[in-house]
Design a protein around this ligand. Sequence first.
Ligand code: GLC
Ligand code: GLC
Length: 811
Amino acid sequence: MKFGYFDDANKEYVIQTPKTPYPWINYLGNEQFFGLISNTAGGYSFYRDARLRRLTRYRYNNVPLDNGGRYFYVHDEGDYWTPGWMPVKRDLDFYECRHGLGYTSITGERNGLRVNQLAFVPLGFNAEVYRVKVGNASDSPKRVSLFSYLEFCLWNAHDDMTNFQRNLSIGEVEIEDSVIYHKTEYRERRNHYAYYSVNRPIDGFDTDRDTFLGAFNGLDTPQVASEGKSGNSVASGWSPIASHGINLELAPGEEQSLIFMLGYVENPQEEKWESLNVINKKPAKAMIEAFATDAQVDSALADLAAYWDGLLGKYSIQSSDDKLSRMVNIWNPYQCMVTFNMSRSASYFESGIGRGMGFRDSNQDLLGFVHQIPDRARERIIDIASTQFEDGGAYHQYQPLTKQGNNEVGSGFNDDPLWLITGTAAYIKETGDYGILDEDVPFDSGRQGSATLFEHLKRSFDHVTNNLGPHGLPLIGRADWNDCLNLNCFSNEPGESFQTTTNLDGKTAESVFIAGLFVFAGPDYAELARRRGLEDEAVRAEREIENMRKITIEHGFDGDWFLRAYDYHGEKIGSRENEEGQIFIEPQGFCVMAGIGVEEGLAEKALNSVRDRLETDYGIMLQQPAYSKYYLNLGEISTYPPGYKENAGIFCHNNPWVTIAETVIGRGDRAFETYAKIAPAYLEDISEVHRMEPYVYSQMIAGRDAVREGEAKNSWLTGTAAWNYVAITQAILGIQPDYDGLRVDPCIPQAWDGYSISRSFRGAEYKIEIRNPHHVSKGVKSVTVDGKTVESNVLPVFEAGTSHEVVVELG
Ligand code: GLC
Ligand code: GLC
């Protein structure tokens, strides 16, 4: 069952009912100012950091769901309603939500009045602009009132939800003309405020929540909207809000447009005040001026569209499969950019107050956006590397606002360092910018000196070889990619964090996954060393990699698949010898991606085992059989009920590893099959089962053991976005940035006749046509560039600004 449709020409997903299975959201903002907005206008806004600079309130775990957002109440002769349906939930004669790239447009119509609210954050601007159009579709004149509404957060989202003894006494606002200024704590140490404006005179306002709502009312029955009259209340303490009251007279067929703006201003210390306790409003007024007219809004929308066209135009496909095209051309790269902006901080599942940027997460996210924004990817790499320790270990997370490692979570996740090699290599392959390796980069934000980025990569590589266990496999530390496989944490304390508890010394538990990752990432380190003229170092690295490859086959293979790990007692995990958790997906994907066991036929065996034991109609489960009880020696993985999350859920992040692995052994049909199983556009028809947005990946889909098999959770902020982007654009469609050019090496379903790709690479345009007349999966038979046959399938780096026609025939 579908709840909407893809409008590919406009790059939008169009939702046709407000009653989606769950709020389906979108993101606004690209630089500093961000908003989350649902299809019923719920959500919130923040400046840079969802915890420390939260502008508007949102209550997670709320009832009814998705209650709180940017609302426009319409009062029409005693009747009142909201165009996004929520929160009033009055029946609408027409409803539509269009989620586009960086904007959301919601339309509702009732009794001949059509209201459209469009929300976006203009480029380079610290505000959300809402254009509200009110149209009289009836044949008689209408007199209606419009009441805007949003609720301010007192900046620190965590404190705001916990510290009521203080917070209910500190709220302060100023009201001048049509602008409501929120200035709580500005009187003391803050030099920032928020404001909510509208571009016309108002007939009333409210800034005190209780006055607006009326005692004990909810957002669905605010007194002001039901009576059609503002209370002109001035907040003092309690809960400050912003509401404008505007009376409109509309002739039949007439439409009026109003421009609202929620903005954020920081004043220099010496320019904080206009006069005693009166804030300096100059910057706000200048911002409001910039969006006083529809023409200004239209031009900013055009700029935003051009910005996205520029980013998405870096890679696009023309194919006969619309679902594939919309994933590759629009939604997957869009989601990758959202992960760049948000990491794992703010979604409808991440509260925005808990987690910083993950060392491993951010390096992996980079694989999905590096071609779109190489300069910002460069900065991100340096930021991440700056939190690394001298010994190559890394803070698991860092805070975006301070860029410092997060001490509460600490370090000891032994896969973390290796992702820095993969992220950096991807950046260099994309850009050819070897200079990044010479950058002087601090250790632990300067507390442990500094070294070149190349030296950081060396420490990452050596961190593995310096921390080997009894079989010569890498020690797992607190956990590897699977945060919930906690082999050195024997926790019996309710509520104790599995992420931060290590109560054993950790000199035995080993990870086959890290071994695979080492063999996968290591060759890039060796190659970069060689390209710096460090031949001996390259040879040394290659020896270590080869050694790890052998050890993985010797101690990490279990007959038909790769083992997962050895536990604290040296016992196997992910082995046929285990009763539960016999086979895990992660080492199968990663070891084969690294090429381990390909020649020996073990890779094929492992992938067949994945197909036979882990695959379902909804994707590939993380492990089987699910853990039915808590295991002290395994940790958090066994805390989840069977079928959810790491305990045998379909943890989408690692499915593309299998997809890519299938291309390593040349099975294009299998590769595409596993890809399409979890790609959201292909799941649109089962939205009632899947329940999350059909335009973005979710972290997890419930597995076979779960009560609600096939149901997804944790949409948007997941490494799934980047890895599936790599799987489809590079492994399957075969356009692979490499050190010396663009390699073309597809691995596709045999039935495909071909497709065309446009790719910008280091400033040049490559128009690549792939033909498959012999219906093979893999193997490049011939390549022509601008009509001339060339020998290699690595297309050269062309002069920036030039454009080239490439024809590749498979066979
Ligand atoms: C979450 C984390 C990621 C981890 C994964 C598996 O997605 O963000 O770092 O690898 O879970 O536990
Ligand atoms: C929980 C989640 C896991 C995530 C981790 C991050 O353990 O199950 O997916 O990586 O939290 O803090």
